[in-house]
Unconditional design. Structure first.
Lengths: 112, 110
């Protein structure tokens, strides 16, 4: 089954701790994206990567970091510098140069 | 500033009703997407439009480039259509980044 997976579905962390969210795809897509969704707001782009070992900041990259060491994996680290990390995080992937993005099921992060 | 505006924000309908969700945008675009987000959070892509009209089953999407407006129609609505419908545009000046609307929450009652 081809698809994009995120784990875990729910994640709880104490304030001040870094946390890494997993995103894996077996669609052989070159491009991968991380979005944040807050209640009453549209999805906002955190980081994106169009090829292995390369990534660019999106609109709200502060307090986040990513890596793209493998084509199929694009983990997102929420650092203690992110002032308001509690949110729903969505990962997506696409064929390079095309518009349609395929989304993972999301991870709901709650920082206590 | 909101570059993508959706209306209404919330919509409740009776099963069988014809539903229209609207999307207006202020930027030049190369494509517009309609997405469906299920209550569990997963998002699926419904349509990608750059002109005209597309139909898939009971769903119809239209776009008017001159008026910078798109509509998503659902015919013979069903409770399983209950979801958040999101409009997103690809900024014509950006490298594939999508700008998302806030979504329209649809609830279809049996």
């Amino acid at each position: 089954d081809g698809g994009i997976t995120q784990s875990p579905k729910y994640l709880f962390r104490k304030e001040g701790q870094n946390v890494t969210l997993s995103c894996e795809q077996n669609l052989n897509h070159d491009a991968m994206y991380w979005y944040r969704q807050d209640p009453g707001q549209g999805l906002r782009l955190i980081y994106y990567s169009q090829i292995v070992n390369d990534f660019q900041k999106g609109d709200i990259a502060e307090g986040y970091s990513v890596s793209r060491e493998k084509k199929e994996s694009f983990p997102l680290t929420v650092t203690s510098a992110q002032k308001n990390p509690t949110a729903f995080y969505l990962c997506a992937s696409s064929i390079a140069g095309t518009d349609t993005q395929y989304f993972g099921p999301g991870t709901r992060l709650t920082v206590l | 500033k909101n570059e993508v505006e959706q209306s209404p924000q919330n919509l409740t309908a009776q099963e069988g009703e014809f539903i229209t969700i609207n999307c207006s945008y202020s930027v030049g675009i190369s494509a517009l997407h309609w997405l469906q987000q299920h209550p569990g959070g997963g998002i699926v892509s419904l349509f990608m439009l750059s002109s005209g009209k597309k139909k898939h089953g009971r769903l119809i999407a239209t776009i008017n480039i001159q008026e910078k407006h798109s509509s998503l129609h659902i015919t013979a609505s069903h409770p399983r259509d209950s979801a958040v419908y999101i409009c997103a545009v690809r900024d014509g000046g950006s490298q594939g980044n999508l700008i998302f609307g806030k979504g329209t929450k649809l609830s279809v009652k049996p």
